[in-house]
Structure formats: structure tokens, C-alpha cells
Design a protein around this ligand. Structure first.
Ligand code: PEP
Length: 243
């Protein structure tokens, strides 16, 4: 039985005052029947530690330590109170040139530090319009997931690049097709692939969450903009609890 997961990615948003959003969220979902993960900016990880929610980083370096100015290792995230880390988010792949091999190395570093990696994959609009979606997914799954992945240390987030922060959402059939394909790939490659959670991400809101959570093989969501305010994230969590 896969535990459902509502994950919030705050991206480069949030000063210390944003911590108050988690107090509101705790009042409403302190004993939620689903897992709740918040990935704040690294500067807020320690401040978020005393919540009932899981806390995650948004990226980590592949090395444990060293001369990498400005970077943060998985071990440092764990030391600050994180239990998860996002790897391969499309904004990292695009803005920082991260390749599948780099994402796999970062994910392995996450495992080594005892973190759960939320490995993000997804096609661009151009790739979808040219009928390459499943090929892109295949390549990213093959290249970004380490061989040592298992149901305990890995969550996959399917995030079509064209749906992130745009308000555009794939049809439920499109989401279902890709999630079913990911599940097939995971079960073919990993003995416990059926236990790995697969999240959908891309313009999830309270209004579309109930339908998205009704799609087979959708085990939760990775949410950007709508995770910043408790008032927006709360209906998504409720929809997941009711799904
Ligand atoms: C994301 O950043 O992973 C994301 C899905 O963003 P949004 O929900 O804003 O589309």
C-alpha cells in the first residue's frame, strides 16, 4: 500500500515570516492521513524542523563536501532537519544544465545521506507536440534513477515542463497514460517498483486536485505556487485525503 504524499515546493520564495504558514497548516492537517512534505528554501529548513511535516531540500550537490561554493550537500540537508530532497526539477535541468547523469548522482548522494529523493521528470511542450513524451520519460527514468533506488528511498514526480507554473494542466487521460507508463517502467526495472510513489506536478490547485487524484497511479502531488499559502495548499491536502 503506497502512502499518499502532498509535497510543496516553495522554490526561491519565503523569508522567516513564511514559517507562520506552517502553523496554519498544522492546525488543519497536523494529524493528516497522508504524508505532507514541505521543501522551503534551504535558509528555512532549520526553522521548519519543529513541524509535524516532513521537510525537504530543493536540490543537493552530488559530493559530500568540498570546494563547491554556494552548493549544499545532502548530508548538510539531513543535518539541518530534512528527510527528503528534490532532484532533477525542470528548473534545475533548465537553469543549471543538469543532465540525467547529474540527477542520478545527486539522488545517490541523497540515499547515502539517508534522504528520500523525489526525482523529477517530464517532457517539454515541443516534445509532447512531436509525440516524444514517452520516449523522453523512458530516457529520464533510465538515466536519472540510480540502480540502488527502492520504494523507501525514492519518489518519482511526473511534471510536464509546460504545465509548471503556467496554469496549463494535461488532460486526465494524458496524466493517466504517463503515470501508467512510469509504473510499468518501475516494475520492470525494480523488484519493488510497485511500491514507489509517483506524484503528478504542474499547476495543481484545490479546484483540479480531486480529479487528478482520481487518476490511477497518481499517489499525490508536487505543488509549487499553490503550496506557498496554507489557504491554497490545504484544499489540495484535503482532496488527497479524500481520494
Ligand atoms: C513545481 O514547481 O514543481 C510545480 C509543479 O509548480 P506549480 O505547481 O506552480 O506548477
Amino acid at each position: 500500500m503506497r502512502r499518499k504524499l502532498a509535497a510543496g515546493n516553495w522554490k526561491m520564495n519565503g523569508l522567516r515570516a513564511a514559517r507562520a504558514e506552517l502553523d496554519t497548516l498544522e492546525q488543519r492537517h497536523g494529524d493528516a492521513g497522508v504524508d505532507i512534505l514541505i521543501c522551503p528554501p534551504a535558509t528555512l529548513i532549520s526553522a521548519c524542523e519543529d513541524t509535524p511535516f516532513d521537510i525537504g531540500g530543493q536540490d543537493c550537490h552530488a559530493a559530500v563536501s568540498g570546494a563547491h561554493t554556494g552548493d549544499i550537500s545532502a548530508e548538510m540537508l539531513a543535518d539541518a532537519g530534512a528527510s527528503y530532497v528534490l532532484t532533477g526539477h525542470s528548473e534545475r535541468r533548465t537553469d543549471h544544465g543538469e543532465t540525467d547523469a547529474m540527477v542520478a548522482a545527486k539522488s545517490q548522494a541523497a540515499y547515502d545521506a539517508g534522504l528520500i529523493a523525489v526525482i523529477c521528470i517530464g517532457e517539454t511542450l515541443d516534445e509532447r507536440e512531436n509525440g516524444k513524451t514517452l520516449d523522453v520519460i523512458d530516457a529520464q527514468l533510465a538515466g536519472s534513477i540510480p540502480d540502488s533506488a527502492d520504494e523507501e528511498n525514492t519518489v518519482i514526480a511526473y511534471e510536464p515542463v509546460w504545465a509548471i507554473g503556467t496554469g496549463k494542466v494535461p488532460t486526465l487521460d494524458q496524466i493517466g497514460e504517463v503515470h501508467a507508463h512510469i509504473r510499468k517502467c518501475l516494475t520492470e526495472r525494480f523488484s519493488d517498483g510497485d511500491g514507489m510513489r509517483i506524484l503528478y506536478g504542474g499547476s495543481v490547485k484545490g479546484s483540479n486536485a480531486p480529479d487528478i487524484f482520481g487518476v490511477p497511479e497518481v499517489d499525490g502531488a508536487l505543488v509549487g505556487g499553490a503550496s506557498l499559502k496554507a489557504a491554497d495548499f490545504s484544499p489540495i491536502i484535503t482532496a488527497l485525503e479524500n481520494s
